[in-house]
Structure formats: structure tokens, C-alpha cells
Design a protein around this ligand. Structure first.
Ligand SMILES: [Zn+2]
Length: 430
């Protein structure tokens, strides 16, 4: 896999002439414990020096430069370099690729023409990345302390509560109780997952306005808002779980419209969604909504897929409806109707801890699937993958990626320091 490493140096050196410069000679020599490459140039040039992995390469791009020399053969005994080759880019830029024996840390600087040399030179020093890292242990330790990745936060919203009981089943089951049970179970599962945590918008039988629910999610800096319901329909034969996302354009089915009206309750009539400036509000909504809509749809699809595996779903696809509770443009949001409480058999099942747990687990798997695929930046799940090669050790990885061995163990659920070739290790992104 081609991966651009941390080092991406862009150095502009002087104004440079519009005329093409030339690389007249490339010299390879020793520089302390490393290797020094000296590019003898006819003129100052703009250049970039960066490394690539898999296989390890060092790339030096020289703009408006042509090669006027043959590249040197590198001795087999050189500890870092296998070979040097070149190519032309965009018809006028020169790319020099240094095939490496190991990952390196490059450092480059430009020397102007001086008394000793009447032409400018680009100097690139490279050191074995692992050796270089080991020599900088105190610095790295500090860097590791600085990296504080946060957990992915899920706001779980148990619908209704207090004097708003929600839907009621034929046996008298109240939606507000069963959804709180499912919400609490979901929170327990999420809190047990490394790198994730959950907050409940309500954790008791009390009334909470729809806006307050969103405000709580925002306060918790939630990455996802899940509203949990168990609803009723006028036709008691209707059954199955459904997953909804917000629709700005209107409900995608009659049932969705009906549920939206029902869930929104009094607040739909009482609160104007377009407070003052209708145009401004919709522009802002559009801007922030487009990114979260995509995320909402992905979570919704994954949760629905997961729910399909444990029971019947009401509709084969994610439904869209204008739920006020989902109107949080900055937080991806979904609404899960775990079941229809108006359906006698679903009502009975909803009362059982076993079924509540099953629902919570299914929702969790969908959520986890989404975040594994698209972890929010800055979270512990925003990872890259390191495939273990011969000779890799955890402490080697810790040094290389500037994190602690304990952290690698924790993130990857490792109980010992033993790793095997080919094993995929998750590394937090920087
Ligand atoms: Zn409800």
C-alpha cells in the first residue's frame, strides 16, 4: 500500500529562473550514522522531499529540472539505499526515487553557490527511522503524552418520558419505559467498547423537550444521536423495526408521516422550525446537513441491516421523515423504532429483558460498523493499520508511531506483547 509518511517537506528556495535547471550530478556519501545525498544543480529550484512506505522509498521532486547526469550506482554495503532511479513528471519536473532498505527520516537543506562551489546544491540527509527515533526518546515520550485521542460519543435518546408516555400497547405497556430499558442496555454495551462512550439524554421517567434532547447531545459533543422508540400504528397488524433519518423534503411513506406527526407531538405545532430568517436558516441547514446526512444514512443503513438479522423489519429500507428530534444539523442522527407496541406479539417481546438486549446489541453492531468504517477525526478509532512484518515488535511500533505500548495493546485488545507476521495492528491517527 502506498502511504505518504509524516515527512512532507516543501521548501521554496529562492525565486529560481523561468528557464529549466539541470541536475548535473548526484553524489551519495556518508553523513554520520546516515547517508547524504547531494544534488548538484545548475540553478535554485523548487523541490519536495518526502517518503513513501510499502516498499520504503524516498522521493525528491525537483520542479523545472532535467537530468543531465547518470545516476550513481549505490554500493550494496550501503545500509539504507538499494538503488536510485529517476523519471520525468508533467513533462518538465524531475523525480528522483531512492529505493530504501528500511524506513528513513529525511532532512534536507539547500546550499547556495559559495566560494567552494559555484553552483547551488540540495542536500538530503537520511537516517534509519528506527535508530533516529530511538535517539530521540525524551522528545517522543512527550509527543505520546500530547496525543490524547478522545472517545467516540454516542447520545442515546429514550423517547418520551414523564407525562408523555408515548405509545401504549394493548396490554398497557408504555413506550417510555421499554425504550428507556433498551437505551440503558445500549449505553452499557457502548461503554464497554474501548474508544466509545455513551450518554443518555434522559435516565429516568421525566419529561424532556425535543430541543433539550438535542441540546444534551450537543453538550456531550456527540458524534451520533440515536433516538429510540417503540411505536404504535392504527393498524395493529403492522410490525417490525424501522430506522429513520431526517427528511427535509417530507416523509417517504404514509406511515413515516404519521409517525413523525406522532413523535413530534405538540412541539411540531408549537415551535416554528424557521425561527426568524427562513432563507438564512435553510442555507445554514443545507450546508451542515449535507455532511451529516451522509453519515446519518450510513449509520441508519448499518443499523437496519443489523436489525434485519435479529428480527423482522417493517420496511426494507431506511425511512425518512421530518422528526424534530433529528433536526440537529451538526450531529448525524437516526431514529430507531424498535418495534410496534401496537402489535400484540411485539408488545410481549418488548417487555422481555432478552429481547431488549437483542435490540440494543443489534443497534450497537450497526453503530460500530459505521464508526469502524468512518471514525471521526481525533478519536481513538481514527486509526491506520500497520501490518506486522518480520522483526516488528510492539515497542518498535510504539516508537515509530509515537504512542505507548500499553495504548497499542489496549486499542487492539492484546493481552500480551506477542504479535505475528501479517497481523494487522490498529494505530491511532495523528
Ligand atoms: Zn415514540
Amino acid at each position: 500500500m502506498w502511504r505518504r509518511w509524516v515527512f512532507f517537506l516543501v521548501l521554496c528556495t529562492g525565486i529560481g529562473s523561468a528557464m529549466a535547471a539541470s541536475l548535473d550530478q548526484l553524489r551519495v556519501g556518508k553523513a554520520g550514522s546516515g547517508t547524504r545525498l547531494v544534488f548538484d544543480l545548475s540553478d535554485t529550484v523548487q523541490h519536495k522531499v518526502f517518503t513513501l512506505a510499502g516498499p520504503d522509498r524516498l522521493v525528491i521532486d525537483l520542479s523545472q529540472t532535467r537530468l543531465r547526469a547518470s545516476l550513481p550506482k549505490v554500493a550494496d554495503s550501503n545500509p539504507l539505499i538499494k538503488n536510485v532511479r529517476s523519471g520525468t513528471r508533467k513533462g518538465h519536473d524531475l523525480r528522483v526515487v531512492v529505493d530504501l532498505k528500511t524506513a528513513v527520516r529525511p532532512r534536507s537543506f539547500f546550499l547556495k553557490a559559495d566560494a567552494s562551489y559555484d553552483y547551488p546544491r540540495l542536500v538530503v540527509d537520511i537516517h534509519d527511522r528506527n535508530v533516529a527515533d530511538a535517539a530521540q526518546v525524551p522528545v517522543i515520550k512527550k509527543a505520546a503524552e500530547d496525543i490524547k485521542q478522545r472517545n467516540i460519543v454516542i447520545a442515546i435518546d429514550a423517547g418520551h418520558g414523564g407525562n408523555d408516555p408515548g405509545a401504549r400497547g394493548g396490554r398497557g405497556t408504555q413506550e417510555k419505559y421499554v425504550v428507556l430499558d433498551v437505551a440503558r442496555r445500549l449505553k452499557t454495551i457502548i461503554d464497554g467498547e474501548s474508544g466509545m462512550e455513551a450518554v443518555l439524554t434522559r435516565d429516568g421517567d421525566y419529561y424532556l423537550g425535543l430541543r433539550e434532547r438535542m441540546a444534551k447531545a450537543r453538550e456531550a459533543k456527540a458524534d451520533l444521536f440515536i433516538s429510540i422508540h417503540a411505536d404504535a400504528f392504527r393498524d395493529s397488524r403492522v410490525r417490525g423495526s424501522s430506522v429513520y433519518t431526517l427528511s427535509e423534503r417530507g416523509a417517504s411513506s404514509e406511515a413515516a408521516r404519521w409517525l413523525a406527526e406522532h413523535e413530534n407531538g405538540k412541539e411540531l405545532g408549537g415551535v416554528s422550525l424557521e425561527d426568524k430568517d427562513k432563507t438564512l436558516a435553510s442555507v445554514l441547514m443545507d450546508l451542515s446537513q449535507s455532511a451529516t446526512t451522509e453519515a446519518s444514512m450510513d449509520v441508519a443503513n448499518q443499523v437496519l441491516r443489523s436489525l434485519k438479522k435479529v428480527g423482522k423489519t417493517h420496511k426494507p429500507t431506511v425511512q425518512q421523515a421530518g422528526f424534530v428530534v433529528l433536526k440537529s444539523p451538526d450531529i448525524p442522527s437516526i431514529l430507531v423504532e424498535t418495534a410496534f407496541i401496537s402489535n400484540p406479539s411485539e408488545e410481549s417481546r418488548l417487555r422481555t429483558p432478552k429481547h431488549q438486549q437483542k435490540m440494543a446489541e443489534a443497534i450497537f453492531r450497526g453503530v460500530r460498523g459505521h464508526f469502524r468504517k468512518s471514525p471521526p477525526p481525533g478519536t481513538r478509532w481514527a486509526m491506520r493499520t500497520h501490518v506486522i512484518e518480520n522483526g516488528d515488535t510492539l515497542s518498535h511500533l510504539a516508537t515509530r508511531y509515537h504512542i505507548s505500548v500499553a495504548e497499542i495493546r489496549d486499542i487492539n485488545g492484546l493481552t500480551s506483547d506477542r504479535i505475528r507476521t501479517g497481523q494487522k495492528i490498529r494505530i491511532p491517527g495523528s
